[in-house]
Each structure stands twice: as structure tokens, then as C-alpha cells.
Design a protein around this ligand. Structure first.
Ligand code: ZN
Length: 74
């Protein structure tokens, strides 16, 4: 894994999240299995709290982070 040279806090937070996901056994694959698009293009994994209905636009942030983690692992 490469460490970004940027001191941007958002970049550092993103890198930490990607590293955390990559460190979990099957982490990226588990996230990608949970966060899939429904027929309207919303994420089944990012639901409205208290309702359980698909909420977030897909691909959501967890999918983007999991894709980056999967790339780091390969
Ligand atoms: Zn999601």
C-alpha cells in the first residue's frame, strides 16, 4: 500500500478507511456484497435509519472505499 504524501485530512481519513477495510478478512468483498444497487439506482446497504429502505445513491462511499481496498490487496 502506498501512503499519500498529501497532508489533506480528508485524504488521510480516506487512506485510513481503505487500510482498515483491506485489513479485514474478506472486508472488501463483504462490503461489495452488502452494498448493491436496487432497481432505482439506490444502495440496498445504505438504508434510511428506522425504515430499512434503500437510501443512498449507488455507488455509495462504502463501495468506493471497498473497491480501493480490493485494489490495494491485489
Ligand atoms: Zn451503500
Amino acid at each position: 500500500m502506498t501512503t499519500p504524501s498529501s497532508a489533506n485530512p480528508a485524504d488521510q481519513l480516506r487512506a485510513a478507511a481503505v487500510a482498515f477495510i483491506a485489513a479485514q478478512p474478506g472486508g472488501p468483498q463483504r462490503l461489495l456484497a452488502q452494498h448493491t444497487a436496487d432497481a432505482t439506482g439506490r444502495c440496498r446497504g445504505c438504508t434510511t435509519p428506522g425504515y430499512g429502505t434503500a437510501h443512498g445513491q449507488w455507488p455509495c462511499t462504502p463501495v468506493l472505499l471497498a473497491r480501493a481496498a480490493a485494489q490495494d490487496a491485489s
